[in-house]
Design a protein around this ligand. Structure first.
Ligand code: NDP
Length: 475
């Protein structure tokens, strides 16, 4: 049994088996499903630990974060295999994700030593002004299943660097990566109560956190849960940060290099089985290149190797579970019912092991008001929308309730620059997939995709610390 970490102790609970989506006969292990009481205890432990931890030496925080980074990097093959086994992304993708988590901890180890403020002149004579940052407090972190180690890393590492204590609730589908990460941080020397892990259902553990005595909540997940966290946090006048879904457009213009565009769309729409909030699920293509682009992308999809996440040569792993697969199939049926043409894919595949395998699907003849062009599917499904020219492409790209990422493939500096300025997304790519971002730069979106300060990089301080302005009369 893998327990929860509360106040520095591993605590058992009801055992829940963790199932491999590539092979449902493979049980990865039993993980404790925590209770509402566990969440309450974890919050109390984090509050008790905050008294001391908030004043801890930056060098102590640096040491814990560096040690965590080093162990993650040293064990990335082993932990990558574990992540691939529980979430279903390919071994290569999973190993890269663990490496990314290591880089994030390494970056924030440095940030712990860069906690600077500002000194300024007052408008009044003889008075000094100092602007400093202090930790936000006891922080609740609630994460989704699709990046089981990178998303927890990019929340826990800045929280600790800035002197906060943490109650961390991972998604129920991916307890193994969360447990491994917290075990490493614990052994790296985080004092009791500084990082608490409470695995368990959102409706009990998560709900208790939302209604509990937390100073801040950082959430990544669905729009529905995010909206509830926003309401509950507003009632409690508590700071919160939300990263939610996307319906990210990739614009392909006539002058695009065809290979570049196809590679960018293949990666952006389908890698990680399309289960990325940054996935390009709307491919907005101008008339002159449309048919060539669709033919080339269809061929590329036909050549994709869908299979067990741990097999050599697998490019697309399984869908994460039966309910996500059912949801993908419903969207595919809706796409057809609303008049889109299924060019290729969408069918459930059988392999040697019983898993949730699905061929990536490409729809053409889509309009931007179809359900498959408006709602986030969170699976390997993309919709091609044919447009006349750049102006129409830009208008369609921005016509969405979301605004996380957007991309354009073009050889035109003019159009690329215009798109970069006018795209209503938090992150824009040119001749690159919409997914796949750096770890030291701000991550986040606009409109229905995000709320609150950006995550990652130095910008993370906006959420994990609060500013104090001091006026000093030294005379
Ligand atoms: P959910 O919102 O269902 O779950 C996210 C987390 O919230 C999980 O830990 C879940 O726990 C928890 N949760 C669920 N219900 C509650 C509740 N009532 N109170 C408190 N916590 C709760 O999303 P998914 O895990 O299904 O993730 C997929 C979604 O996440 C997609 O829509 C995707 O777009 C979005 N996402 C956004 C990203 C971004 O950065 N913008 C990145 C990655 C994903 P449990 O697992 O136990 O249900």
């Amino acid at each position: 049994m893998h327990g929860n970490l509360i106040a520095g102790e591993w605590v058992n609970g009801t055992a829940v088996p963790n199932i491999n989506p590539s092979d449902t006969s493979d049980v990865i292990g039993d993980f404790a499903s925590g209770t509402a009481q566990d969440a309450t205890d974890a919050i109390a432990a984090a509050r008790a630990a905050f008294d001391t931890w908030q004043f801890s030496a930056p060098l102590e925080r640096h040491a814990i974060l560096s040690k965590t980074a080093a162990e993650l990097m040293a064990r990335r093959d082993e932990l990558g295999a574990l992540l691939a086994r529980e979430e279903g992304k390919t071994r290569a993708e999973a190993t890269a994700e663990v490496g990314r988590a290591a880089q994030i901890f390494d970056f924030f180890a440095g940030e712990a030593l860069r906690l600077t403020g500002e000194a300024g002149a007052s408008t009044r004579p003889g008075i000094e002004v100092a602007v400093t940052r202090e930790p936000a407090g006891v922080v609740g972190l609630i994460t989704p299943w699709n990046f089981p180690i990178a998303i927890p890393a990019w929340k826990i590492a800045p929280a600790l660097a800035h002197g906060n204590t943490v109650v961390f609730k991972p998604a129920s589908l991916v307890p193994a990566s969360a447990h491994a990460l917290v075990d490493i941080i614990h052994r790296a020397g985080a004092p009791a109560g500084v990082v608490n892990l409470v695995m368990g259902p959102g409706r009990s553990v998560g709900q208790t956190m939302i209604e509990g005595d937390l100073d801040a909540i950082s959430f990544t997940g669905s729009t529905g849960t995010g909206a509830m966290i926003a309401m509950e946090s507003a009632k409690r006048q508590r700071r919160f940060q939300l990263e939610m879904g996307g319906k990210n457009p990739m614009v392909v213009l006539d002058d695009a290099d065809l290979d570049t565009a196809v590679r960018a769309c293949l990666d952006g729409a389908y890698f990680s089985t399309g289960q990325r909030c940054t996935a390009s699920s709307r491919l907005i293509v101008t008339e002159g290149i449309h048919d060539r682009f669709v033919a080339a992308l269809r061929d590329a999809i036909a050549g994709l190797n869908v299979g067990h996440a741990l097999n050599d040569g697998t490019q697309i792993g399984p869908v994460v579970d039966q309910s996500q697969l059912d949801s993908n199939l419903e969207y595919i049926a809706k796409g057809e019912a609303e008049g889109a043409a299924r060019e290729i894919g969408g069918e459930v595949l059988s392999r040697e092991t019983a898993g949730f395998f699905q061929r990536p699907a490409l729809f053409t003849g889509c309009t931007n008001d179809m359900t498959i062009a408006r709602e986030e599917i969170f699976g390997p499904v993309a919709a091609v929308i044919r447009v006349r020219d750049y102006d129409e492409a830009l208008r369609v790209a921005n016509d969405t309730p979301f605004g996380l990422t957007s991309g354009i493939c073009t050889a035109s500096l003019k159009h690329a620059s215009d798109f970069r300025r006018k795209s209503q997304a938090g992150m824009v790519t040119v001749n690159l997939p919409t997914a796949g971002v750096d770890f030291h730069t701000p991550f986040g979106g606009r409109k229905g995709s995000s709320f609150g300060p950006r995550e990652q990089g130095a910008y993370a301080r906006e959420f994990y610390s609060t500013v104090k302005t001091a006026y000093i009369n030294a005379g």
